[in-house]
Design a binder for this molecule. Structure first.
Ligand SMILES: [Zn+2]
Length: 372
């Protein structure tokens, strides 16, 4: 039986070839993101861990300027699957396959003077071992689209792995997926900076499976801002969360004098570029028939709301439990906080959560006042 996703047909993925149907959102966002880049020349795409090749085939079919895709996988069965899927879509003349270790693939692109506009690095686990070489391959002005699936490390379940791979401290709490996104973002930005590239986050998100970061890569001297990197401190006792820039690192106590936990160093700046999210949204009318448009719109809108908000969020069920009340609706809390004069927003990281600049006592008081 032949499957279909977006504009692309594909054979059932063999058991040993990596494919996650549920990762469709990441492929949809990739299509929109590349379209929104509005490259003025024919686009070259490279995929480091290509698996079935569906992602690149979708880019070839669903983004008008994509001319050629370079797909790599170490698994020979994956390469056969890619060739079959390419023929099925009459795209066999527009792909080149490689069977190389990931870093070797990046360096091979460079030595063959193939500089992709889009380098799609969907690693199993941490992408960190491949980031430095990725910045050798990707073209100036291009995009690095990075996936990380090592959530146990980044979410504090396996702190040793986090320290080994990222050199960071982690925390295990309800906003750990945002902490994880910020650790990954800093890792990408730092790898870029080592090669004198600026990697600007256009969006960095958690889709329920993995972290996805879409970075614009610009070559040239620039200085990283110590105010945008630092730590998050969390008080397990009173729940105070604070963003602590590098130079102020690191208070050991919250404002009430309780000992705090620390996560970082991580990225404290914006995870999303609101103009870019708007450009992605403006592509909807031209791709609506290929994408799961409602799901994509949900995430784009939530990400847009997060811009300008603090680098953490509150989960309403946890707050309500702490206050021993039955929880109000998130929308009611956001409205009430805004009525009190504090910016407040939904977050894409969790459905039952909100972000706000309001101090913690105000958050508690607002939620309590709405108790049913
Ligand atoms: Zn405290």
């Amino acid at each position: 039986m032949i499957h279909q996703e977006g504009a692309v047909k594909f054979i059932p993925p063999p058991p040993k070839v990596f494919f996650r149907e549920r990762a469709r959102l990441a492929r949809d966002l990739g299509v929109l993101g590349i379209r929104a880049m509005a490259f003025s020349e024919p686009i070259l795409v490279a995929e480091t861990f290509a698996g079935t090749g569906i992602r690149s085939l979708r880019y070839l079919r669903e983004v008008p300027n994509v001319e050629h895709a370079y797909l790599n996988d170490l698994n020979s069965e994956a390469l056969q699957t890619i060739e079959k899927n390419a023929r099925l879509n009459r795209l066999e003349d527009r792909i080149t396959t490689f069977r190389l270790e990931a870093n070797n693939f990046h360096y091979t692109l460079k030595t063959q003077e193939i500089f992709p506009h889009v380098l799609d690095l969907d690693a199993f686990g941490s992408p960190v071992p491949f980031l430095d070489s990725a910045f050798h391959a990707v073209r100036e002005g291009g995009v690095l689209y990075v996936t990380a699936t090592d959530l146990p490390a980044l979410c504090g379940v396996d702190p040793r792995s986090a320290f080994n791979h990222y050199g960071v401290l982690t925390m295990q709490n309800w906003f750990c997926h945002e902490t994880a996104a910020r650790i990954l973002t800093r890792a990408v930005i730092r790898a870029g900076a080592r090669r004198k590239f600026q990697a600007a986050p256009l969006f960095v998100m958690f889709d329920g499976l993995a972290l996805r970061g879409f970075f614009q890569v610009v070559h040239g001297r620039y200085d990283l801002d110590p105010e945008q990197e630092g730590f998050l401190s969390f008080c397990p006792q009173c729940w105070e969360v604070r963003a602590i820039p590098m130079k102020q690192c690191c208070p050991r106590q919250c404002s009430q004098g309780h000992p705090v936990e620390l996560a970082g160093p991580l990225w404290l700046g914006e995870l999303h570029n609101p103009d870019f999210l708007e450009r992605m949204r403006s592509e909807f009318p031209r791709v609506a028939h290929w994408l799961q448009i409602e799901r994509v719109a949900f995430f784009l809108d939530r990400m847009r709301e997060e811009v300008g908000m603090p680098p953490f969020f509150y989960r309403l069920d946890r707050v309500s439990k702490r206050l021993k009340i039955s929880p109000p609706k998130v929308s009611e809390v956001i409205r009430a906080l805004k009525d009190r004069g504090y910016p407040a927003a939904w977050t894409h990281f969790h459905t039952n959560a909100f972000k706000t600049t309001a101090p913690l006592p105000v958050v508690f008081d607002t939620v309590r006042a709405l108790a049913h």
